[in-house]
Design a protein around this ligand. Structure first.
Ligand code: FAD
Length: 456
């Protein structure tokens, strides 16, 4: 018997339930990745993520070849290509991971029906892209948790399955054609400091992180200049690392840092169970606050300044430039730039979410859209009117200004925390800087937001 394993956001060999089921249950396996035309058409295929994806596919193919197999790559309609490959291989079954977006739900249903018509069974596996499956824990009377703390309590009590070893051999039938593996060299418009992808580098990073980084995580995760977070987010997004394995290994490491890190992994699962239950939250307010955001046309100049990192608020500009340069931004930066766009400039969260998805290598529908909503106060945040003041944030999370000086070279000569308020410099010193004045007055922005939310 023969099976097809369809890889989507789970580009790894270790702890991979669909691959394990296929290898154990059938004689031959076709490992398949389909570059889905619908994902491209939806504008989700940003260059930074395509580059990381190309690395992941090459690494996956190399890992399969070491085991006697190879990766089959196709491009087109995912449903059509899976059916074609199943027919070419004369497969009896297809294994894949479950996923949470509306697109993923629809795709799974269409695939199931199409395969059934051909007499092929589809097996969809949970806990491949999450540690705890969406819907596995629910509060009384609802299909999902809308508040994190009670979710975390239940999530922490769940018994996770044991991680699975990577298969030793993968026997692939001959006669199934494959397209060429993509390469990052064929792409343009990439961020200069973009991280490399693939399971091999992901596992190395994880091991180093658990050995040398995680113990300081609780104390240092908010230190912008310290860069003391795991940077595993693109690996979690593309599934080169398994959330189940991560939780097990972090718990084994132990200590307050590892505990705080596991809590962040629970946030990831939390957002996925929200999106799975409310797929519309990817584009519509999860909770309506009746915001009438400034029109994109009226705010066009402010939006451009925000995107380009020239708002005149050094900490905001530093974070926005890190995003452009690395395709990644520190979580504290994401929070304060998100607050600045929605609550100080009063621009619709969808504008910011779209820009992040254009650049983020970890750009992820569940985490991006729901974190944006959290910051805009339209999501699961219990303090929807909280505004992060960029100057206060800067002084707290970049106390000596190192992060700003790293990303805003125009200010590199300013010593210490002075760098956070260049408008306070005296005449000639201020005039010598090639750096813009603030595009908005903070009290004015705050007053506009309060009026709009009806909180005068
Ligand atoms: P670490 O601090 O090392 O955390 C470990 C892992 O936990 C992360 O890799 C991530 O998978 C998860 N995690 C951490 N923080 C959160 C969080 N707040 N919500 C959900 N999961 C979390 N994360 C994405 O993966 N993709 C996105 O597109 C994304 N967009 C965001 C947009 C905004 C406006 C905000 C405020 C946050 C966003 N985040 C997103 C969450 C968070 O900022 C990133 O996951 C984190 O910065 C990634 O860095 P790290 O891997 O070093 O995180």
């Amino acid at each position: 018997s023969i099976s097809v394993v369809l890889f989507t956001c789970d580009l790894r060999l270790h702890d991979h339930p669909p691959l394990r089921a296929a290898v154990d249950g059938t004689e031959q396996v076709v490992p398949l990745f389909v570059r889905d035309r619908a994902v491209d058409a939806a504008g989700f295929a940003a260059p930074n993520r395509l580059a990381f994806l190309a690395d992941c596919l090459r690494d996956l193919d190399a890992g399969l070849r070491e085991r006697g197999g190879r990766l089959v790559v196709r491009h087109g309609s995912l449903v059509d290509e899976v059916c074609k490959v199943a027919a070419e291989a004369d497969a009896d079954e297809v294994h894949m991971a479950s996923d949470v977006s509306a697109h993923a739900h629809r795709r799974e249903e269409r695939l199931r029906r199409a395969l059934e018509g051909e007499g092929v069974r589809l097996h969809v596996h949970d806990t491949v892209t999450t540690a705890v499956a969406p819907g596995a824990v629910v509060p009384a009377g609802s299909d999902h948790f809308a508040v994190f703390t009670p979710y975390l309590r239940r999530w922490s009590q769940e018994r996770l399955r044991d991680p699975l070893a990577a298969p030793r051999t993968v026997r692939v039938p001959s006669g199934v054609g494959s397209g060429l593996l993509p390469s990052r060299d064929d792409l343009s418009g990439l961020s200069e400091g973009l991280a490399a992808g693939g399971e091999t580098v992901g596992r190395e990073r994880l091991t180093t992180w658990l050995r040398a980084g995680v113990s300081a995580y609780e104390d240092r995760h908010d230190d912008l200049a310290g860069d003391a977070t795991s940077r595993l987010s693109p690996h979690l997004h593309f599934g080169t690392l398994s959330p189940v394995e991560l939780v097990h290994r972090a718990r084994r490491t132990g200590g307050p840092g590892a505990e705080a890190f596991v809590r962040q992994l629970a946030w990831r699962d939390f957002n996925r169970q929200v999106l799975s239950a409310r797929p519309a939250a990817a584009g519509a307010d999860y909770r309506t606050r009746h915001d009438r955001w400034r029109s994109e046309r009226a705010a066009a100049e402010d939006i451009e300044a925000w995107k380009e990192g020239r708002t005149g608020y050094p900490i905001v500009d530093a974070a926005m430039r890190q995003l452009r340069h690395e395709g990644w931004m520190h979580n504290r930066g994401r929070l304060l730039t998100g607050s600045f766009l929605t609550k100080t400039l009063y621009v619709d969260w969808r504008v910011g979410a779209r820009h992040f998805l254009d650049l983020l290598v970890d750009g992820d529908l569940a985490n991006n859209q729901l974190n944006w909503q959290w910051m805009a106060g339209t999501g699961t945040d219990t303090r929807p009117n909280r505004v992060l003041n960029p100057v206060t944030q800067a002084k707290r999370y970049d106390p000596d200004g190192t992060y700003v000086r790293r990303w805003v070279p125009e200010l590199a000569a300013l010593p210490g925390p002075v760098v956070h308020e260049p408008w306070k410099l005296r005449g000639p010193d201020r005039a010598a800087l090639d750096y813009p004045d603030p595009i908005v007055d903070l009290p004015e922005g705050l007053a506009r937001f309060k009026r709009a939310r009806g909180r005068d």
